[in-house]
Design a protein around this ligand. Structure first.
Ligand code: GTP
Ligand code: MG
Length: 194
């Protein structure tokens, strides 16, 4: 990542999508990985962080991202957009495949992300799947932060309550409230990824 106190994304380019072993996984450039339940806004957050509307495809339907997508940021690091897990209405066979791909990336691929952003829907809070993901991240010693996204769906008061609950349940992990609609927290999150 760029060594500046005020990180800015001045270029972002799609490199490739992978579904398994690939040299890019152990590339020497650092990678910031975005994981979380399907439909929480991982791809939208990457677009917002990069100031683009269409770098990554997003959809109202969960299960939009089906590969591990690499984006080159400022020519110096990667944002890695992972498929989502745990959405009830996604086809079970496809769900299982995506789940395996996510677990492979985090545990067996050899990837050493400099930080993982675990994205949540702040209205939903931490699900059992998210707790399992936190366990995996801890076991694998991947540094991570939580992005509590979609805070635009909550009132100010609800945001405080939800954030406190999430922070408590996550056991002291840093929680950054974000919205890709209002842009709240996006700059803060970006600084955290430097
Ligand atoms: N209200 C609100 N909606 C959001 C926000 N961020 C994303 N969305 C919407 O949530 C839906 C899913 O967004 P995506 O970015 O595709 O979510 P994802 O986590 O990448 O989903 P998968 O690829 O299926 O894992 C889209 O309809 C987005 O417009 C937000 O901050 N607030
Ligand atoms: Mg996505």
């Amino acid at each position: 990542m760029v060594h500046s106190s005020r990180m800015k994304v001045s270029s972002s380019v799609f490199v490739k999508g992978i579904r398994g072993t690939d040299p890019i996984v152990t590339d020497k450039l650092s990678q910031v990985a975005f994981v979380g339940r399907s439909n929480v806004g991982k791809s939208s957050l990457i677009n917002r962080l990069c100031n683009k509307t269409n770098l990554v495809k997003v959809s109202h339907k969960p299960g939009k991202t089906v590969e591990i997508n690499y984006f080159l940021i400022n020519g110096t690091s990667y944002f890695v957009d992972l498929p989502g897990y745990g959405y009830a209405r996604v086809d079970p066979v496809e769900k299982e495949k995506l789940q395996k791909l996510i677990i492979w990336y985090l545990t067996a691929s050899g990837a050493k992300p400099s930080i993982v952003v675990l994205v949540l829907d702040s209205k939903v809070g931490l699900t059992e799947f998210d707790q399992q993901m936190i366990e995996i991240l801890r076991e694998q010693n991947h540094p991570f932060v939580l992005a509590a996204n979609k805070i635009d769906k909550l009132t100010q008061k609800e945001v405080s309550q939800k954030l406190a609950a999430i922070a408590k349940e996550a056991g002291g992990v840093e929680v950054i409230p974000t919205s890709t609609l209002s842009h709240d927290g996006v700059k803060l999150l970006l600084q955290r990824l430097v």
